[in-house]
Design a protein around this ligand. Structure first.
Ligand code: DHK
Length: 147
């Protein structure tokens, strides 16, 4: 069965209590549950991961090769800083979708820069937790009817 990696970066583990006016009150565990439900509807599998460490995220991306067909990536603040994460995505040659809960383009200018966009097939931002199922559906659509 086709599998998709959903990878979350720094501070995403704090969803539910972290700046609820920006990120809402839905927890990461609730988002993970919604992803599993969406995956079941799509007939695919997911692995749902979160790390606060750039190197661990790079290791997860490397390990995805040959295991997962695509990556949904909310890299948190590393989106705006990490050439290393960009290179990791480019290196494994898996389709990636950049995801953010908030509309980063309506926020501070430093959030308008994304290294992840350069190696992504598309971007979903501003829809809160609903962005996760949207990203999975977009990835499934990209991967084709086999998913
Ligand atoms: C999450 C973060 O942690 C921020 O650093 C990004 C992103 C936005 C989000 O909206 O999911 O700038």
């Amino acid at each position: 069965m086709t599998s998709i990696l959903v990878l979350n970066g720094p501070n995403i583990n704090l969803l539910g209590t972290r700046q609820p006016e920006v990120y809402g009150t839905t927890t990461l565990a609730q988002i993970e549950e919604s992803c599993h439900q969406t995956a079941a509807e799509l007939g695919c599998e997911i692995a749902f991961r979160q790390s606060n460490h750039e190197g661990t995220m790079i290791d997860e991306i490397h390990a995805a090769r040959g295991v997962h067909a695509g990556i949904v990536l909310n890299a948190g603040a590393y989106t705006h800083t990490s050439i290393a994460l960009m290179d990791a995505i480019a290196s494994v040659e898996l389709p990636a979708i950049e995801l953010h809960l908030s509309n980063v383009h309506a926020r501070e200018p430093f959030r308008h820069v994304s290294y992840i966009s350069k190696v992504s097939i598309g971007i979903i931002c501003g829809f809160g937790p609903a962005g996760y199922p949207l990203a999975l559906r977009a990835m499934a659509d990209h991967l084709g009817a086999a998913v």
